[in-house]
Design a protein around this ligand. Sequence first.
Ligand SMILES: [Zn+2]
Length: 441
Amino acid sequence: MKSVKPYLLASAALAAASPHPALLPQEILQPSLSTPAQDYVLVPNALDDIINDSQFLSFHRDLVQISSISGHEQEVGSFVAEFLQARNFTVVKQPVPAKEGGDQDRFNIYAYPSSVETPEVLLTSHIDTVPPFIPYSVERVESETAKSVNPNNDPSTIRISGRGSVDAKASVAAQVFAALDILERQPDASLGLLFVVDEEVGGAGMKVFSDSSLNPAPSSFKAVIFGEPTNLDLVSGHKGMLGFELVAKGHAAHSGYPWLGRSAISAILPALSRVDQLGDIPAEEGGLPSSSKYGRTTVNIGRVEGGVAANVVPSSARANVAVRLAAGTPDEARDIVHRAVRDATDSNGDVHADFDARSEGYPPQDLDTDVAGFRISTVNYGTDVPNLKIHERADGRSVRRYLYGPGSIHVAHGDNEGLTIADLEEALQGYRKLIEAAMGR
Ligand SMILES: [Zn+2]
């Protein structure tokens, strides 16, 4: 990637001039012009220069520096829209309803080269992040993969951190620059860019796009390339999802006379215990199904509440449950959960699973991997993939869906979110490869 090369030359020259190869983070020693050659002064901003010298890395930095926690995406949206407009893209700002307490004017960005009417290859990712905002920073790190004689010149030794630096502003930046790279050589390349809001909290942005005329039926797309942190693997699919509440009702009484009441917590316990094990119980014994591709279905009881005080028989209890489906449909899973609750409570009617409170539910999402040169894997997290309804094409050919991007999901929502320059550079190449394969179809 050409925009990163200058720093390699510059820092190689610095390293050659320095007899002290062991450098501290953020410090590069450089001969001072005004003093004898063996004297050195500190250049604290050498890492900043590396970012500044690359349009790609600067764009990624600018994205990360703008806080864009879900609901508050207006500023980063305007920044991306202006950036693309200045590079000869037609930019559509697609309004998305505000969240309570959020920006009034937030929008998806849909952009395509002004020479193109309906893009055939769509690159998409999201511009919102999880909280809290964490400032952008760059540091020198140890690298096992550093190959050069002087590892300080290797992009795998420079780590960029900050909220969204991985999820998913690394994908956004790499998709934009992969598209620019291809358009430089092929100005009429039929590419589109879609950057949505709200992915981390409910997918309102992608749902608005999906239901709009920008997602026409029959589909004009040959392929949709989703950008999320996949550690540069091409993902062959991710698990499905089903959320629900387990709800129990009882009757309050003095705890000294529990027979005068009915404990909602006593009622919910056996149901909770059974639901908790549904991923481990074989399907033929009433458990949730597994698959060779995704492994076991997993259940997380993430929140439980009930009762008011230790000396009161509790009249209500509830639990929030998230199921990651390895096989089957949400409807099949709902039946399995209903049956498990009935069995565990002897059908006493005090406990039931409520699927209306949380509407999300989709089956495992199988994705395409028919482009050579990638590691292939599956992931366990959810994405916007199921929120984009892909219509059939008029010619009957299937629309390919790919999921790929830089950085690890293991740091994505953590306070250590970050990735190396090498990851970003490789993602740029990866997206180019996917775009070219899709355009060549
Ligand atoms: Zn994400």
